[in-house]
Design a protein. Structure first.
Length: 180
């Protein structure tokens, strides 16, 4: 059974938040605010925060910049994961990811189904790894952000979570680059 092992010391990770939207600003970015508050509340550090238009090339540029930044361990985006013509966040992710974490999107949609039913099929939430950095793309609604963080990410980004978690794998994410 999953649990938090209180005998292990907590390790804070550095998380960057990107809101993808043509309409949100720092004054009305409720999803980004909800995510930033949850990150801080869990004891992690908000390493960077930005808002970018629904433009795949611009999203990709921000992702690449944050992946290359050794001070950022995790990138979480909110918005642009739907199926309309302007929803292009997964396409930007596809161009930067080295490995997909298929289970993240599957688990998110399973949990979301319990709350919004079949409407969850419209979400293209995705997770993966690039350059030793975890990346997660969440839908843009505050509810979806809360569900993804509260039900998945807060646990997997806590090194005390047993039987396993993503934090303990961080030192090994780039082991394919080491020479024998």
């Amino acid at each position: 059974m999953a649990r938090i092992d209180e005998s292990r010391p907590f390790i804070a990770v550095n998380i960057a938040v990107l809101t993808v939207s043509d309409t949100r600003t720092s004054a009305n970015d409720t999803s980004g605010d909800a995510l930033a508050a949850r990150i801080a509340g869990a004891g992690h550090r908000l390493a960077a925060r930005a808002i970018e238009r629904d433009d795949s090339a611009l999203i990709e540029e921000v992702l690449k910049s944050w992946i290359a930044d050794p001070a950022i361990d995790v990138v979480i985006t909110t918005g642009g994961t739907g199926i309309t013509g302007r929803d292009v966040t997964p396409e930007a992710f596809d161009r930067v990811l080295e490995k997909k974490i298929e289970g993240f999107g599957e688990l998110f949609r399973m949990l979301s189904y319990q709350k919004i039913g079949t409407s969850t099929m419209q979400s293209r939430a995705i997770g993966g790894v690039a350059g030793g950095t975890y990346l997660f793309a969440l839908p843009g609604s505050p509810g979806a952000v809360k569900d993804a963080w509260d039900d998945i990410l807060v646990w997997q980004l806590d090194n005390r979570h047993r039987p396993c978690n993503l934090v303990e794998l961080m030192p090994r994410l780039q082991e394919h680059l080491t020479t024998a």
